[in-house]
Write a protein of this length. Structure first.
Length: 112
């Protein structure tokens, strides 16, 4: 089940993904695979044991229904022992459409 996370300071609604999906990333001289905890059109929170420092630019790759998403992101926050908050910097039109479809579908699954 997913739950929306709402905040007055956020531009985009976020969805909590309890089972998560995997995202491969590389940048800042490192690479890893992490599990998504929350996802929105503006970015995601990625559980990762050893995240790179804040302001590191990363390239992301992950699968969603309908295809692969490749994006550029920047590390905006690091929570020790939990992971990192990433802001999408660059996504193609195809990737935005895939993300919008996924988020719309996940929002429909949330019980009222």
């Amino acid at each position: 089940m997913t739950q929306p996370t709402l905040s007055g300071t956020r531009r985009y609604r976020r969805i909590f993904l309890p089972t998560g999906m995997f995202v491969a990333w590389y940048g800042g001289g490192a690479q890893s695979i992490g599990r998504v905890k929350t996802l929105g059109m503006g970015g995601l929170f990625l559980a990762d044991a050893s995240p790179p420092p804040v302001n590191t630019r990363l390239r992301l790759s992950f699968e969603v229904p309908g295809g692969s998403v490749h994006a550029e992101a920047i590390v905006r926050s690091v929570t020790p022992g939990e992971g990192m908050g990433l802001e999408f910097l660059k996504t193609g039109a195809r990737e935005r459409i895939l993300l919008e479809r996924l988020l719309r579908r996940l929002l429909q699954e949330i019980p009222e």
